[in-house]
Design a protein around this ligand. Sequence first.
Ligand SMILES: Nc1ncnc2c1ncn2[C@@H]1O[C@H](COP(=O)(O)OP(=O)(O)O)[C@@H](O)[C@H]1O
Ligand SMILES: N[C@@H](CCC(=O)OP(=O)(O)O)C(=O)O
Length: 281
Amino acid sequence: MKSNRHMENVSRIVVKIGTSSLMHGNGKLNLQAIDQLSYTLTGLVNEGKQVILVSSGAIGAGMGQLGLTERPEQIQQQQALASIGQSELMTVYQQRFAAYGQRISQVLLTHDILDYPQSRQYVHNTIEQLLNWGVIPVVNENDTVAVNELDHRVTFSDNDQLSAIVAVRSHADLLIMLSDIDGFYTSNPHKDPHAKLIKELHQVTADSLKRAGGAGTVFGTGGMATKLTAAADILKHNQMMVLANGTNPSIIFNIMNGEEVGTLFISKENSEESNDDRVVK
Ligand SMILES: Nc1ncnc2c1ncn2[C@@H]1O[C@H](COP(=O)(O)OP(=O)(O)O)[C@@H](O)[C@H]1O
Ligand SMILES: N[C@@H](CCC(=O)OP(=O)(O)O)C(=O)O
C-alpha cells in the first residue's frame, strides 16, 4: 500500500481497542487479536515510542464467562460483569505482554475524575511516570462506579470518548482507534451495500454525524457516533486520529509506516491532502 501519510514524528500514541475486536461472536476472548496487539504495542515501545492502551472488553469478557449472549439491561448486572471480565482481561494481557518482555499496568478511570484538577493531576503524574518507565498503561473505565457511562441509552459516554480525553490530556501525537470495521463510511456498511470508505476527514460536521449509526455487534456499545465525537475532540485540539480495522492489530505497524489504511482524522492545515475529505471511489 502507498505510504503518503506522515507519522515519522509520532512518538506518543494512544491505542483504543473495542470489544468487537477483542471477542469472538460466540462470546469467547479473541486470544489471537490480544496476542497480536501485545506483540505490536511491545514492538512500538521497543522502537522508543510511548504507548497507552485504552481497552474495552470487560463487560464482554464477563458475559463470556457467564455464558450470556445478550447484554443485560440492569446496571448492576453490567457492573458485576465488568468486574468479572476486567480481571480476566488483565490476566490475559499480563500473560501475553510478559511473553514479549513488556510491563503493563492497569489504570481505571471515570470521566469525572478528569474534571477535578487535583485528581486529574494525580492521573497525569501516574501516567507520565509509567511512560517514563517504559510501561504500557492499560486504561478502562472504572465500570463499577461509572453508572451513567454504562447506560448507553441515557448517555453516549464510553471508551471512545475516554480514549480521546486520555489522548488530549496526555498530549499524544496520535490516537489509533481499532474497531470491527475498516474506517468511517458514507453510511453504515452493514446496512448499505453502496457505503464508501472515507479516507480522510478534516472536520466532524452535522452531516458526518448523520452518517454514523449504532453498534454492529451485541458486544459493541457506542457504534460510530461515539467514535466521531471522539474524533471531533481530537481535531479540536489539533491532534490526529486514525480509525482502522482491529481484526489484525498489527495494522498499527502499517499506520505507523504512513500507509493509507482506515480513516485519518486530521485538520486541513496539518493535512498533505489539498482535496477536501476524500472518499474511495
Ligand atoms: N458510517 C459508518 N461507518 C462505519 N461503521 C458504522 C457506520 N455507522 C454505523 N457503523 C457501525 O459501527 C460499528 C462499530 O462500532 P461498535 O460496534 O461500537 O464497535 P467497537 O466495539 O469497536 O467500539 C460498525 O461495525 C458498524 O456496524
Ligand atoms: N468499560 C466498558 C467499555 C464499554 C465500551 O466503550 O465498549 P466499546 O464500544 O466496545 O469500546 C467495558 O470494558 O466493557
